[in-house]
Design a protein around this ligand. Structure first.
Ligand SMILES: [Zn+2]
Length: 312
């Protein structure tokens, strides 16, 4: 048995939000997720200094998925380590690390179909330029099932948990059941108040997989909200983790039920901001602004629409 490896949340400011990364204080130190371009210098470096650690000593950059607020700081952090850290991402999300344009394309392929924003492409292009610190080739591509040694007998295993994105992964510190999931456990969603996932059936299967792991600690990418709107923290104990996973499964089932019913009746374009899913929003009582980025309402409902189209 190895000794217990400490984990420290690192918070980086972004407008009115805090972005969360996690420092695994192993002999070869690791950081899970990297915030945006400014996060390594403004959030992580001072936080590590306060812990008596140095950002240049980080040897593993473990990305849970390809969204900008998780990989935007990857290139900057890699530079701060003298390019000595391994940069790990699932192969299905790797294009989002290689290319800023891939983020714009993803927006055009899904959200823009519902948002119809004439400035949408320009806004997304500007955001990607500002928030992503650099385009790069990952040094390690994973698919799930891999194990890395962080030295001193500490190992981290990779679990594929697709759904939020195709390349979402969990990193598990072996033997102490600490599980880092990024955005794969949405409960009621974060600031937008709606759970965001691209592929509903994969999302559900991944939640069930995580529930079976029975994490001792579950580390989340944002303070996701409970059914009553009160957010969880980003570090959940075993009991809170099981509760958040059960709630996430329940909420997905409710959204699926409403989505399937109205999708089968046929979608109608209306003047509603929720169009063409206005009746789904109404049934679920969702009153958030569906146009606020990252527009989880449209990402998720589009996923059900695609899933149904495949069955027909
Ligand atoms: Zn995400």
């Amino acid at each position: 048995m190895t000794h217990h490896v400490p984990v420290h949340p690192l918070v980086s400011p972004w407008g009115r939000f805090g972005l969360y990364s996690f420092f695994i204080d192993a002999p070869e130190p690791a950081i899970v997720d990297t915030g945006i371009a400014s996060s390594p210098a403004e959030g992580m470096a001072p936080a590590l200094e306060a812990l008596g650690r140095r950002i240049e000593d980080v040897r593993w950059i473990l990305l849970t998925h390809g969204h900008i607020d998780h990989l935007g700081g990857a290139h900057a952090l890699w530079e701060l380590t003298g390019r000595r850290a391994q940069v790990v991402i699932h192969e299905a999300d790797a294009h989002l690390l290689r290319s800023r344009r891939a983020h714009v394309q993803q927006y055009l392929d899904v959200r823009q179909r519902y948002l119809h924003d004439p400035e949408g492409e320009a806004k997304q292009t500007a955001t990607a330029a500002q928030v992503i610190s650099g385009e790069m080739e990952p040094t390690v591509l994973v698919r799930g099932g891999e194990t890395f040694s962080l030295g001193g007998g500490v190992t981290v295993s990779v679990h594929a948990i697709p759904g939020h994105t195709a390349g979402s992964v969990a990193y598990v510190i072996d033997g102490q059941d600490d599980v880092f999931v990024g955005d794969a456990v949405q409960v009621h969603g974060a600031a937008n108040g709606f759970p965001g996932f691209e592929d509903p059936s994969s999302y559900r299967a991944s939640l069930a997989h995580l529930r079976d792991l029975r994490p001792r600690h579950l580390y989340l990418g944002h303070p996701y909200r409970r059914p009553d709107g009160v957010p969880y923290g980003v570090e959940l104990d075993r009991e809170q983790a099981q509760e958040a996973l059960e709630h996430s499964l329940d909420i997905e089932a409710r959204v699926a039920d409403a989505a399937h019913r109205y999708l089968q009746e046929g979608l109608q374009e209306t003047d509603s901001a929720y169009s063409p899913f206005a009746r789904v929003a109404e049934e679920l009582g969702y009153q958030g602004d569906p146009t606020l980025e990252p527009s989880p309402f449209f990402t998720t409902l589009h996923g059900y629409r695609e899933q149904l189209a495949e069955k027909l």
